[in-house]
Design a protein around this ligand. Structure first.
Ligand code: THU
Length: 140
């Protein structure tokens, strides 16, 4: 499905980005995840004094949706910014988040990376995570 409201999803990601807890990197990320049922779940990055404990905005949004019982997803919008709006570029999902998405999303799942509601790029999961590791194939 690709006829959903991208502008709405981008605005949700931009809004939740301001809730990021990122005192160590000063890099703020927001994600808005659209389910097949039409609901939107948001997430921001949450850092920790022990750096690896922190987690990304994308997995934060997925955790919220999955915890609400959602299992089918259409698209996610990601938006990142550095402190004082400096160095604004298209924020791509990290490798760990791409692997995470692979568990729950099909090849046609869309990943929108946005700077603004009218400035974004769209990728399919198949483009960003080709040849992903899947354990199910080995489990008979
Ligand atoms: N971050 C995300 O939230 N999503 C990504 O896909 C890339 C990185 C966060 C993690 C960390 O809090 C900060 O950005 C800098 O790496």
């Amino acid at each position: 499905m690709s006829d959903y409201n991208k502008e709405m999803l981008i605005n949700e990601a931009l809004r939740v980005r301001e809730n990021a807890y990122a005192p160590y990197s000063s890099f703020y990320v927001g994600a808005a995840l659209l389910t097949e049922s039409g609901r939107v779940f948001t997430g921001a990055n949450i850092e920790n004094s022990s750096f690896p404990v922190g987690f990304c905005a994308e997995r934060s949004a997925f955790a919220s949706a999955l915890s609400s019982g959602e299992r089918k997803f259409t698209a996610i919008c990601i938006t990142g910014r550095a402190k004082n709006n400096g160095l604004t570029d298209y924020c791509m999902p990290c490798g760990m988040c791409r692997q995470f998405m692979t568990e729950f999303c099909g090849q046609d799942f869309e990943i929108i990376t946005a700077k603004a509601p009218d400035d974004y790029k769209v990728y399919k999961l198949s483009q960003l995570m080709p040849g992903a590791f899947m354990l199910f194939g080995f489990m008979g």
